[in-house]
Design a protein. Structure first.
Length: 67
């Protein structure tokens, strides 16, 4: 009977350790998703910014010819 109790306690401790490891992995996963979201947001903002017309010279001061 003592071995059954010891096995149960041992299994409970293993499950607790596994849960702690899983929580740490989820935290790292959430942080990586946040970093990726920030990078994608910055990329989208830079892609949507309209280039300015040239302020000097003969070309590019009247018409923006970016495709």
């Amino acid at each position: 009977m003592d071995s059954a109790i010891n096995n149960t306690v041992s299994q409970a401790l293993v499950m607790q350790q596994a849960q702690v490891a899983q929580q740490a992995q989820m935290q790292i996963f959430k942080e990586s998703l946040t970093i990726q979201q920030q990078q994608v947001t910055a990329l989208m903002e830079s892609a949507s910014a309209e280039p300015q017309l040239a302020s000097q010279g003969h070309l590019g001061t009247q018409i923006n010819t970016y495709a």
